[in-house]
Design a protein around this ligand. Structure first.
Ligand code: ACM
Ligand code: ZN
Length: 345
């Protein structure tokens, strides 16, 4: 009964994801912490066509880089819910509106309905056809505030009863396990943010540790591969200094020296370190509308990230500062907009 027309096709199956889901009607212009928030109104957004994605993947492959796509489920799904409200526990278009700020908690798909899984498998089929990556990222597990919706939903409660689950956290884990099996059946492997550990980690899953380092350490101890990307060291959407001249960003600063000092192997025994795949920095771009602004947030920080990943216990901040000043000459030659003041210029 909850099958929807159109989902059987494997190509361009879900046009409203781009027609509706790719566009917001307002954008927060003050900092995330500012209350009340201030907005600029106007349509903002965009998306990649399949041809553009193929071009990105090919460009990266020529440089020995694999692009890992990330499709959020069941949380952080407000754009999909706005496009297709039947994906939610509450099937009412007025319940969903694409956020004009960093997408908050509670915007979850309904794992009680089979149509949700049919949707996710259709989306993943399109994604798998475009991205050869073995790892496929499923986003946030969704633990950020889902229980109230799932608790009130007859479909979710029926699923919990039918599957013998204890609670809503296990319902999230049920979804992750099902998607893990689906990806495995296609020869791929699931990677997700550390929330996917809640309610029991799927056997083959790889964990990205963002809520600090503890999730990654715990996953490595359970012999799961991990990528360390802790927010307090590697979220490059945070401002580089406390200067009032910094562009609007999260109201937290992340100095270069702190990035450089991060030890991704910290807290892991030698045996556990074999599960450490590496590090990732994140540049979420809610506040970043232009390429020069992105360069400003990324450079020279990416060079510190490279040493974090490659140098481990051979790091030396004074030596790095010397090297990064030379690197900056290459930035200058390329015309990059790097943050020269964060290493003292
Ligand atoms: C995340 O920043 N929510 C992974
Ligand atoms: Zn539900």
């Amino acid at each position: 009964p909850d099958r929807r027309p159109g989902l059987a096709h494997r190509d361009q199956t879900l046009p409203r994801l781009t027609e509706v889901g790719a566009w917001r009607s307002k954008s927060q212009i003050g900092s995330y912490e500012e209350k009340p928030a201030t907005f600029e109104f106007g349509r903002y957004g965009g998306f990649y066509t399949q041809d553009e994605i193929r071009e990105v993947v090919a460009y990266a492959a020529e440089r020995h880089i694999t692009v890992i796509p990330e499709i959020e489920m069941p949380g952080h799904s407000l754009a999909a819910l706005t496009a297709y409200p039947w994906l939610g526990c509450v099937n009412n278009p007025e319940s969903y509106e694409i956020a004009g700020w960093i997408c908050g908690p509670g915007n979850v798909l309904c794992p009680g309905k089979e149509s949700t899984f049919e949707f996710l498998e259709n989306v993943l089929d399109e994604v798998l056809a475009l991205f050869p990556s073995k790892l496929i990222h499923i986003g946030d597990g969704g633990a950020e505030g889902q229980p109230p919706r799932w608790e009130a939903c007859p479909d979710c409660q029926a699923r919990i009863a039918a599957e013998g689950l204890h609670d809503e956290t296990q319902l999230q884990s049920y979804l992750t396990h099902r998607i893990d099996s689906y990806l495995a059946s296609k020869g791929r492997q699931l990677i997700g943010w550390d929330e996917i550990m809640e309610g029991g980690l799927s056997p083959e899953a790889v964990v990205m540790s963002w809520r600090g380092t503890q999730g990654g350490i715990a996953a490595a101890r359970e012999h799961h591969h991990v990528v360390m990307t802790p927010g307090q060291y590697l979220y490059f959407d945070k401002r580089g200094t406390d200067s009032p001249d910094e562009p609007v960003s999260l109201n937290l600063s992340l100095p270069l020296e702190k990035i450089y000092g991060y030890d991704p192997a910290g807290g892991l025994s030698e045996e556990e370190q074999q599960y450490l795949l590496g590090v990732q920095a994140n540049l979420w771009t809610e506040y970043i509308a232009t390429w020069p602004h992105a360069e400003y947030m990324l450079l020279p920080r990416l060079s510190a990230l490279a040493e974090v990943g490659w140098s481990l216990d051979r790091k030396d901040y004074a030596g790095y500062l010397h090297r990064v000043r030379r690197l900056a000459r290459i930035y200058d030659a390329c015309g990059y907009n790097y943050a020269r003041h964060i290493f003292g210029e």
